[in-house]
Design a protein. Structure first.
Length: 201
C-alpha cells in the first residue's frame, strides 16, 4: 500500500492514474474491502490519494448505495477542486452502472441538496447530458434539471449550469433557446449563467 500511495502522490497533473489504480483495487477486492480501503484513503492529506478513493466510491456505488453518502460527503467537505472533479466523474459512473433512468431519484436528490458542490457534481458529471442514455431521448428533461440552478448563489455551480446548457445547445439549439428566453435577466446571477450559455465569458 505504501508503494501505491507514493505512486499516487508523485502525480502532478491529470487524473488517469488515479482511475486506473482505483479500478485495479475494485477488480481485485470485494465491495466491502474496496469501500473500507477508500474510507481510509479519503482521510489522507494528499488530494491525489483522496481522488483515488473517490474513483473507488464511483466504481462500487451501484452495488452499495450507502457509498453515495460518502461521495456526497466528499462533495460537501473537500476543498480540493481536483477532488470535486472526480466526485462529478464518480457520480456519473454510478448513474452509468445503475442506469440513468433508474438513477433519476438520486439525480433529483443531489440536485436538491443545499450544498452547491453536491449539485455541481450532477450538472458537471453528466456532461454532455444528451450524450447519456435516457437523456438522449429526453433532452428537455436534461435542460429542465440543469436549469434549476441558473440563479444559484454559487458562481462555481452557475458556470457548470451555463456550460452544460451550452453543450446541449449544439444539438438542441431551439430547446435551449426556448428555456433561456424565459429567464429574468434583471437577476445578475441568472444573467451570468445566460452569458455562459451563449459563451460570452
Amino acid at each position: 500500500m505504501n508503494d501505491l500511495l507514493q505512486k499516487l502522490t508523485a502525480v502532478e497533473h491529470g487524473f488517469k492514474l488515479f482511475e486506473v489504480e482505483a479500478k485495479k483495487i475494485v477488480d481485485h477486492t470485494d465491495v466491502s474491502e474496496s469501500k473500507a480501503l477508500a474510507v481510509d484513503m479519503i482521510r489522507n492529506e494528499f488530494y491525489q490519494i483522496r481522488c483515488c478513493a473517490v474513483f473507488i466510491f464511483g466504481f462500487i456505488a451501484a452495488r452499495d448505495h450507502t457509498v453515495l453518502l460518502l461521495l456526497k460527503d466528499a462533495a460537501r467537505s473537500d476543498g480540493s477542486w481536483q477532488v470535486q472533479e472526480i466526485v462529478a466523474k464518480a457520480f456519473d459512473q454510478y448513474c452509468k452502472d445503475n442506469g440513468y433512468e433508474k438513477s433519476l431519484p438520486e439525480i433529483n436528490a443531489w440536485l436538491s441538496d443545499k450544498h452547491p458542490n453536491v449539485c455541481r457534481a450532477v450538472t458537471e458529471g453528466l456532461r454532455i447530458w444528451t450524450g447519456r442514455p435516457y437523456f438522449k431521448t429526453h433532452p428537455k428533461m436534461a435542460v429542465d434539471l440543469i436549469s434549476r440552478h441558473k440563479a444559484s448563489d454559487s458562481e462555481y455551480l452557475r458556470k457548470s449550469v451555463g456550460n452544460s446548457l451550452r453543450d446541449i445547445s449544439k444539438k438542441y439549439r431551439e430547446l435551449v433557446r426556448m428555456e433561456i428566453s424565459n429567464w429574468d435577466l434583471q437577476d445578475q446571477r441568472i444573467a451570468f449563467t445566460y452569458d455562459y450559455v451563449l459563451k460570452r465569458h
